[in-house]
Design a protein around this ligand. Structure first.
Ligand code: NDP
Ligand code: MG
Length: 390
């Protein structure tokens, strides 16, 4: 660890979100092992100041520069450095006193901090799946073995199923999916669902964007692309299976027919903590699973036609190059529009598909190229949304 002390010094980027707050809870429960050094937010300066005081952090960053004059920032702990803008968030990731960076930012905005953490040789505890969807081709070659630990529950599960195994002898990955709140519905039933229906996830409590992605199954599509990069395989190697109870977090099937499954409570604090404790295991931060109360585990096939986003992500993940960047950016815009009430649930996949159709795929060459294509896809998605409304 950075200063030779037994504690792991962590930076939590996106500390006010669902993952960020659960990470802070892990840090509270393991205060003897974890030291929170730096925190970032987009705009929630009130909560940032309160966490900075609680954990006596040394540095904070606020991505949205419109908050530079927020009066509450005067109450940061003495000596705490405060900076603004997306660059300031990246600067936290490369600080000398940071060992491990948890990227719990939502959306493509997580890409540059993830890149900064890897190039600075930090451990990257990665919740932000969009980083890998958009820039996996650039990030993965930078990650040394054991440097990038996934936090997404399925990917943490797969990572653990592979421990001690020869990946060459794996037959396939079973990526489990809860099915979301609209499992079993028809396409025509989906036309009229509201954002409050879509925000009611059956098994997980998460931020708004990923909750909508879980309802459209875009989340599973993004996770397939995330897994392709993390585990260096083709998309076809990763099979999606609906596991309604969200107790099997994913599985790896080996050549001899043996299947390793990772089970546990549906609580993100467990994979967050694993990304900090790896290769060790610490006392659980969450209630343990009780198999006698679990009842049954069920398995179903996903419906790629009704949940069109799953199909679109398959097309993008198979084509690779810059298409996943377009898929992701268009989806971010469409999800926001759905949450604002300005488009329907099924318009989300219409917008994404239309942007993908309008894009000529290129191999990924660099961050500037991805940033330009991301910006183009956002403009294109906004135009498509306007067209749908007129
Ligand atoms: P939330 O929306 O709850 O939180 C997002 C966090 O990121 C907030 O701290 C927010 O700050 C900050 N943020 C938002 N936009 C920006 C930006 N442009 N630049 C810098 N910071 C920003 O998201 P979740 O915690 O649900 O998800 C975070 C990531 O983890 C996502 O990529 C998601 O897919 C992934 N994930 C989440 C899971 C979950 O259970 N929630 C499970 C598995 C993966 P502010 O409060 O100021 O807006
Ligand atoms: Mg997941």
């Amino acid at each position: 660890m950075a200063d030779g002390s037994p504690k792991l010094h962590v930076a939590i980027l996106g500390c006010t979100g669902s993952i960020g707050r659960q990470a802070l809870d892990v840090c509270r429960q393991h205060a003897d092992k974890l030291d929170v050094v730096a925190l970032s937010v987009n705009s929630s300066t009130d909560k940032l100041v309160s966490y900075a005081r609680e954990f006596s952090v040394r540095a904070v960053a606020v991505a949205d520069e419109a908050h530079v004059n927020d009066a509450v920032l005067a109450e940061l702990p003495e000596g705490c450095l405060c900076s603004f803008g997306p660059e300031a968030v990246c600067d936290l990731a490369i600080r000398d006193d940071v060992d491990c960076v948890l990227v719990a930012i939502v959306g493509a905005a997580g890409l540059e901090p993830s890149h900064a953490a890897l190039t600075a040789g930090k451990r990257l505890a990665l919740a932000n799946k969009e980083s890998l969807v958009v820039g996996g081709d650039l990030l993965m070659p930078l990650a040394k073995p054991g440097q990038l630990i996934p936090v997404d529950s399925e990917h943490s599960a797969i990572y653990q199923c592979y421990l001690g195994e020869n990946p060459q002898q794996a037959h396939c990955i079973w990526l489990t999916c809860s099915g979301g709140p609209f499992f079993g519905r028809s396409r025509s039933e989906l036309e009229s669902v509201s954002s409050s229906d879509a925000l009611a996830h059956p098994t997980w409590s998460m931020g708004a964007k990923i909750t909508i992605d879980s309802a459209t199954l875009m989340n599973k599509g993004l996770e397939r692309i995330e897994a392709k990069h993390l585990f260096g395989c083709d998309l076809g190697f990763i099979k999606v299976v609906i596991q309604r109870q969200s107790k099997i977090h994913s599985m790896v099937e080996f050549d001899d027919g043996s299947v390793m499954a990772h089970l546990g409570a549906s609580d993100m604090r467990i994979p967050i903590q694993f990304a900090f404790s790896y290769p060790d295991r610490w006392e659980t931060p969450a209630p343990r699973i009780d198999f006698t109360q679990l009842g049954s585990l069920t398995f179903d096939e996903p419906d790629f036609e009704t949940f069109r986003c799953l199909k679109l992500a398959e097309i993008a993940g198979t084509a690779g190059g810059t298409l996943p960047c377009v898929l992701n950016a268009a989806n971010e815009v469409a999800v926001e529009a759905f949450l604002n009430g300005s488009c329907s649930f099924t318009d989300i996949d219409r917008v994404v598909e239309s942007c993908m159709d309008a894009h000529a795929v290129e191999p990924v060459q660099g961050f500037e190229q991805l940033s330009d294509i991301d910006a183009w896809a956002r403009q294109q998605a906004t135009r498509v949304l306007k067209g749908l409304r007129s």
